[in-house]
Design a protein around this ligand. Structure first.
Ligand SMILES: NC(=O)c1ccc[n+]([C@@H]2O[C@H](COP(=O)([O-])OP(=O)(O)OC[C@H]3O[C@@H](n4cnc5c(N)ncnc54)[C@H](O)[C@@H]3O)[C@@H](O)[C@H]2O)c1
Length: 439
């Protein structure tokens, strides 16, 4: 550690294991993509850890190293993947069915992908209602099944020899639940696992198994998982970082780009109507109103905190915000997200903005997943525990300390992320004040 660094960061020695509960479209696009990049078959577009630079010092200093050269990140060559799913298909078969990456590319990676077979999942039909699969653990209690997950983690470590492991939930969106009595302390949670408390979800069983095994956990979906006192307590006790939730990729990414700009210019917004069509398995699961409600909550949450209607009632008080998702199989993973935004300007005169984002869900999510696991591993090696708010940049509903509102503005999130990296390495934080250039 140099004299200026604020944290001691252990070097990323050895292999980094990445465990994904859920090995569907996002997880397979992520792991196939990493292998394609390793073999020189494609570029990691969309990933800050692989492509972005970070400015250090003054604008006149000309110091802008790559982020990956500035902070010690695990190399793509050191990543080892495994995961769980309720289906038995290996990663090659799943990727072919998901239809995100082209068949010729997948065929070049077939040897690697077909060796990745999902472990038996912990699944509960009450939490994901519209799909079912055979690759599921049987056990007398939730505690017993959670212990099986811990055994899986231990076996993975032993068989691969990984030095560190990260878990990233890439499973389906579970139905909406609020924190219950069983979530209020670790002791209650453990009693609840033994007593099969219906308020404990599978994603929480994976998170508990991860944290108990010393594995940092991040949530790529909107369901309630680690943001309850019991699991926050466990993460802190075990000195483990956690992050979430719900990858910010398509429509919400657009929203958090545009809304800060409208507010910056003090333009009013009367209505924001967002609708989506998508035809992948994620879309199928979101047909269930319980799962949709989880998604709706995270998608709706962003505008309130960006526009701050309590500070600007004349601009945003009565904003009507509606989000719809429709399952439309012909589109597969190629989602279409429409936004109609009714804004108003000088003297209240109305205007409209239309966005039609023809995106590819998993192509946007894969680099986000990569950055999340690499930064979470960095946080772990830097001894940073609990919620990693500086990773808000990647999430639709960033986790924050209780009582703190989340920051949704993507540009503030990016500044927070880069300043955290600067802080780690003892570099000056960049405030963009810039007065020194005019002294
Ligand atoms: N851009 C994006 O793609 C994006 C953005 C934000 C969030 N997400 C979320 O990421 C998650 C994954 O998306 P996807 O497109 O890969 O969906 P997907 O349906 O292709 O994959 C999810 C997989 O999870 C499995 N699964 C469900 N419950 C499980 C359990 N308890 N244990 C193990 N496996 C389980 C399913 O069988 C399925 O194969 C979804 O929750 C989605 O809402 C995706």
């Amino acid at each position: 550690m140099s004299t200026t660094e604020n944290v001691r960061i252990a070097p990323p020695e050895g292999k980094l294991g990445i465990l994904t509960p859920g090995m569907g479209a996002v997880a397979t696009t992520f792991l196939a993509g990493v292998e394609a990049v390793r073999r020189g078959l494609g570029l990691p577009i969309g990933s800050l850890t692989q492509l972005a630079t970070i400015r250090l010092g003054k604008r006149t200093d000309n110091r802008s190293p790559m982020i990956k050269d500035f902070v010690p990140l695990a190399s793509l060559d050191d990543l080892v993947f495994a995961g769980w799913d309720i289906y038995e298909d290996d990663a090659y078969q799943t990727a072919v069915k998901a239809g995100v990456l082209d068949r010729p590319l997948l065929d070049q990676l077939k040897d690697h992908l077909s060796a990745i077979r999902p472990m038996k999942a912990v699944f509960d039909h009450d939490y994901v209602r519209l799909i079912d699969g055979p690759n599921v653990k049987q056990g007398a209690s939730k505690m017993e099944k959670t212990e099986m997950l811990m055994d899986d983690i231990a076996a993975f470590r032993k068989n691969t020899g990984v030095a560190r492991t990260i878990m990233l939930w890439c499973g389906s969106t579970e139905v909406f639940h609020r924190p219950a009595a069983v979530h209020q302390s670790l002791a209650e949670f453990e009693k609840g696992l033994a007593a099969n408390d219906p308020e404990i979800s599978p994603s929480q069983m994976y998170a508990y198994a991860a944290l108990k095994s010393g594995v940092p956990f991040a949530n790529g979906a909107p369901n309630l998982t680690t943001e309850v006192p019991a699991l926050l307590e466990l993460a802190r006790d075990r000195q483990l970082p956690i992050a979430g939730k719900d990858f910010k990729t398509g429509q919400t990414f657009m929203k958090t780009l545009l809304a800060p700009g409208l507010k910056a210019r003090m333009l009013g917004v009367r209505g924001w109507y967002s609708t989506n069509i998508l035809g992948n398995r994620d879309g199928e699961v979101l047909e269930d109103p319980g799962s949709f409600k989880s998604k709706e909550e995270t998608k709706l949450s962003v505008l309130g905190t960006i526009f701050q209607p309590e500070l600007y009632p004349m601009l945003y008080k009565d904003l009507y915000h509606l989000v719809r998702i429709n399952y439309y199989p012909p589109r597969g993973d190629a989602k279409e997200g429409w936004d109609n935004i009714d804004i108003f300007g000088w003297l209240g005169y109305p205007m409209q903005i239309k966005i039609d984002f023809l995106c590819r869900d998993s192509i946007l999510a894969a680099p986000v997943a990569l950055d999340i696991v690499l930064f979470l591993d960095l946080a772990q090696r830097a001894g940073m525990r609990g919620i990693q708010e500086w990773m808000s940049f990647y999430f639709k509903a960033p986790l924050t300390a209780p009582g703190l509102y989340p920051e949704h503005d993507i540009f503030i999130q990016l500044m927070k992320l880069k300043n955290t990296l600067r802080w780690m390495r003892g570099e000056d934080l960049i405030t963009h004040l810039g007065l020194e250039y005019y002294d």
